[in-house]
Design a protein around this ligand. Structure first.
Ligand SMILES: Nc1nc2c(c(=O)[nH]1)N[C@H]1C(S)=C(S)[C@@H](COP(=O)(O)O)O[C@H]1N2
Ligand SMILES: [Mo]
Length: 339
């Protein structure tokens, strides 16, 4: 993966490229990236475009079976290396526009193209995350405290369980840094995350299809893995509400639904947490939810995916292309049983 270090997230608004200029620049860079990626693909990602995998199946929707940036300019930021135009496999970044206008956020709406508008006015400041459970030093982290962790840019693939994907330049910090501060006790084996509960302002939470608030979980070693990020921004800009502002999890080797948005609680626990999706349909959405082209969803294939912005389908990679980094976490486990 590509990692660019950056200290502090404070970006004066005067240093942020106006959005219109920004989008034009992105369009330009996308063309350049596509050209560069063309030559890289052959060497780095053989077979990642697999026309034979084109599916005729209807577009799946994640649901229980019963239910239907800009770069900163000037100052210290000018010294930053330019943002790469592609991920480490040579595939171009999705545009800011794509990443912020095609979202899953069931607290607002089930329509991916309506989330941005539905969430636009959601207040994300002030905010705090309470961290507790089986820890030596429980604590409350407000936005300043979260921004106090060195922010890094990480270009990750996001692979939704619905079989679409994007490449996203996140801004954030490894969850391990926060967990090390609160010091999990020896009994802590899992981490449980909870989204804000706010049915007055999140219309989706008034629906009885799901057990709100949204809950997700990781095994402690997964949570401590360096790839596991708490994201506060993308494309160098503060996260927008539709992407889970002000702070969301990003676990790039797992299906997107593990990457829980707008977190207000993190608890260390001895027992495996029950996620919203396990509660809704445990046979379809398991606790591990590792991206795995060999284990199909009961209602659709996971062998291929549609990269947003591309025609056709591409082969899905084991652990979403992070096999080298994470496969050891699952040594000896049957990934069909622990799906
Ligand atoms: N609280 C909450 N977190 C969530 C979801 C949600 O509906 N609610 N959707 C998940 C799913 S299914 C995906 S694919 C990703 C999408 O993240 P993005 O919209 O930033 O691309 O968020 C995940 N996190
Ligand atoms: Mo998803």
């Amino acid at each position: 993966m590509l990692i660019k270090k950056k200290t502090g997230i404070e970006i004066p608004s005067s240093e942020i490229t106006p959005h219109s200029i920004y989008l034009n620049r992105r369009n330009f860079m996308k063309g350049a990236a596509a050209a560069a990626a063309g030559s890289l693909l052959a060497a780095c990602a053989p077979g990642s475009n697999d026309p034979a995998a084109t599916s005729t199946a209807v577009s799946p929707t994640i649901a229980p079976p019963t239910a239907a940036a800009s770069q900163t300019t000037g100052g210290a930021a000018a010294a930053l290396p330019p943002r790469p135009e592609a991920d480490e496999l040579g595939d171009p970044l999705n545009s800011f526009e794509e990443i912020t206008n095609y979202n899953n956020y069931y607290e607002f709406t089930l329509d991916k193209e309506e989330v941005a508008q539905a969430a636009a006015d959601y207040p994300t400041s002030p905010w705090q995350i309470e961290v507790g459970g089986l820890v030596q030093n429980p604590g409350v982290y407000d936005l300043d405290a979260l921004r106090g962790f060195d922010q890094e840019e990480r270009i990750y693939r996001l692979r939704c369980v619905e079989a679409w994907s994007m490449v996203i330049p996140w801004l954030g910090f490894p969850l391990a840094k926060l967990l090390n501060e609160v010091e999990p006790t020896a009994d802590a084996k899992f981490v449980r995350f909870e989204t804000i509960n706010d049915p007055d302002n999140m219309p989706g939470q008034r629906s009885a299809w799901f057990e709100w608030p949204y809950v997700e979980g990781l095994r402690l070693d997964e949570a401590m893995h360096d790839l596991t990020l708490l994201a506060t921004g993308l494309y160098g800009e503060t996260l927008l509400p539709q992407n889970g502002a002000p702070v969301r999890l990003v676990v790039p080797w797992k299906y997107g639904f593990k990457s829980i948005k707008s977190i207000v609680r993190i608890d260390l626990a001895a027992d495996m947490p029950r996620s919203l999706w396990m509660a809704a349909a445990a046979n379809e959405y398991g606790f591990y939810a590792n991206v795995n082209p060999d284990v199909d969803h009961p209602r659709w294939s996971q062998g291929s995916e549609r990269r947003i912005g591309e025609r056709g389908r591409r082969r899905t990679l084991m652990f979403n292309g992070y096999e080298e980094q994470v496969a050891h976490l699952y040594d000896g486990m049957d990934l069909r049983v622990n799906f």
